[in-house]
Design a protein around this ligand. Structure first.
Ligand code: FE
Length: 216
């Protein structure tokens, strides 16, 4: 390579100086604080950069399939569902999906009540069970509006909840995460647990959608 700013021989360019490029990111105060803390922990030998990388890799590998496994089990095993509703952490741990540092509360949709989750303050989300939150979940608009007018917000997601059904909005905190158990779709009586897992979408476990059979 002939570019003056390139370094190493591994085929991509490391820019060392010059004006900001379009993809240069401006870090917020808390991002800078996070980077500084991480650098300090590595410098002091408390964690290694490789351990941090492994942790990120494990987190990024989590998909809503974990939550779906829990919901499908709750649909097919009433005793498990009772244990899950009584103690979310214990229920999730039974299926090898432990929550790391937070309390898990499972909330069940019924013909009379529909549950939806939000974090009004920031973006708390059951990441251990659903992976990373969608961008709309973190948006100011969703956080503010779903609390004030959940029925209208759900309608924008294509989810119409009848007037006779109560909508319960659960505000997550640093300590408590929620998982919605959607209603099991009608006509799925003959399906196996793993077939049922495929019907459980991320959005149905947030509560902005319902679980549906294919094509409905
Ligand atoms: Fe939050």
């Amino acid at each position: 390579m002939t570019d003056a700013t390139s370094s190493g021989g591994h085929g991509h360019i490391h820019r060392e100086s010059g004006p900001p490029q379009p993809d240069d990111k401006v870090h917020s105060y808390y991002q800078i604080l996070g980077i500084a803390l991480q650098e300090l922990l590595i410098e002091k030998g408390i964690v290694s950069a490789d351990e941090v990388r492994q942790m990120i890799e494990r987190r990024d590998a989590i998909t809503p399939a974990r939550g779906a496994k829990i919901v499908a089990r709750a649909w097919t095993d009433g005793d498990f569902k009772a244990r899950l509703l009584a103690d979310g952490n214990a229920g999730a741990a039974e299926l090898d999906c432990p929550m790391t540092y937070t309390e898990l509360v499972a909330v069940e949709n019924t013909p009379k009540a529909h549950n939806v989750i939000v974090c009004t303050l920031c973006s708390c989300y059951p990441r251990e069970l659903l992976g990373l939150p969608p961008s709309w979940y973190k948006s100011r608009e969703y956080r503010a509006r779903v609390v004030r007018d959940p029925r209208a917000v759900l309608k924008e997601f294509g989810t119409e909840i009848g007037d006779h059904v109560e909508i319960r909005v659960h505000d997550s905190t640093a300590d408590i995460r929620y998982l919605v158990i959607p209603r099991r779709p009608a006509g799925t009586e003959g399906m196996t647990e793993s077939e049922l897992e495929d019907l459980v979408t991320r959005d149905s476990m947030i509560g902005v959608a319902e679980a549906k059979t294919p094509g409905k």
